[in-house]
Design a protein around this ligand. Sequence first.
Ligand code: UDP
Ligand code: MG
Length: 136
Amino acid sequence: MNNIEQTLSIIKPDAVERNLVEDIKNIFIKNKFKIKDTKKIHITKEEASEFYKVHQSKPFYSDLCAYLSSGPIVVMILEGENAVLANRRLMGATNPKDAKDNTIRKLYGISIDKNSVHGSDSIDNAKKEIKFFFKN
Ligand code: UDP
Ligand code: MG
């Protein structure tokens, strides 16, 4: 009990473009996350390539970086009980086709690339990703 963590969430261009930002933020709030900080930004392909560099050997890397930099995104620091895993569960599977009912990707994802949200996959990566977007 009482394992408060922070994690990084991104609302990706496909969801920002469809005006889903408030709906997605409300899902986080209903699920007991606090949004500690948030901003809407438009990153360059170079910044996206740095953010996603763990995937640099993957065949989808270039398209992924082009996509994340293709339009505005909303980045958020989410805080809550077991926030890293809780956010991954709430997001659902990477491919919206495989995502469970009531997950964000099931509700809003269009395809494996346009899957509406990003979420850190470990506490270490959460720290790195929060620092990447919110350098104080
Ligand atoms: N992705 C893709 N094609 C694939 C696998 C992943 O376009 O075959 C994209 C997808 O948008 C995903 C992102 O690359 O969200 C990062 O992949 P990862 O395996 O880390 O999935 P996630 O952690 O986002 O569920
Ligand atoms: Mg990932």
